[in-house]
Design a protein around this ligand. Structure first.
Ligand code: HEM
Ligand code: ZN
Length: 179
């Protein structure tokens, strides 16, 4: 996973529980002297270990931490890549463009990024059905990112997750219900 994602986690942890907590997490779960540089890739296992460390500190399930992380990550990525995020005027437009525009642009900026495959289909004017597939199985993070995007456009969003890679499916299904 890119350094930019680790920096997003760092920002959240420092804001929520302080710099000392982040230093302790790094000491426990990252090689000595680790500094995350946005375009550089670091092991996925390191991100998971740090996220698990946050979960342990907060006594929350890892899935909750990944969802909260995803939610704050959206604002972080959108701010860092304004050129990409400012292309969209609505939540719907953004969600329908995750693979075809957003992550496509990410591929131009970062050398061989590890991205999920996300397809979105409008079911009716209040419902979008999304299929998520990735070897990293970060669907809870995806849910968080979607909530972050909804917040960004001041929309009310509920997500159903009736099929999940963590339950043996080949891909996850996320049903987005908008107000
Ligand atoms: C990675 C979903 C918007 C840039 C990821 C991952 C997920 C995801 C789940 C983790 C990798 C994986 O699952 O395999 C989404 C969703 C979005 C969204 C659902 C919108 C609601 C954005 C935006 C940007 C962005 C706005 C920046 C302009 C990235 C980058 C990575 C990433 C840089 C890391 C690539 C790597 O580590 O190599 N995205 N994303 N995403 N996304 Fe997105
Ligand atoms: Zn899932």
């Amino acid at each position: 996973m890119r350094g930019v994602i680790f920096r997003g986690l760092e920002e959240l942890v420092v804001e929520a529980i302080g710099m000392q907590a982040w230093d302790e997490l790094l000491e426990a779960h990252a090689p000595e002297g680790r500094v995350y540089v946005s375009p550089t890739s670091y092991p996925d296992a390191e991100l998971f270990a740090l996220a698990q460390g946050v979960a342990d500190k907060l006594e929350k399930p890892l899935t909750d931490v990944l969802a909260i992380f995803g939610q704050s990550l959206f604002g972080f990525l959108a701010e860092k890549h304004k050129g990409i995020s400012s292309k969209f005027t609505s939540f719907e437009e953004l969600v329908l463009s995750i693979d075809s525009v957003i992550h496509m642009e990410v591929k131009k900026l970062y050398n061989e990024p590890n991205l999920p495959s996300i397809s979105a289909m409008v079911k009716d004017d209040k419902t979008i059905v999304l299929e998520y597939c990735s070897s990293r199985k970060l669907c809870f993070c995806a849910e968080g990112l979607l909530h972050g995007a909804a917040q960004f456009y001041s929309r009310k969003l509920k997500i159903e997750h009736p099929q999940c890679m963590h339950k043996g499916s080949s891909h996850c299904i996320l049903i987005l219900h908008l107000d």
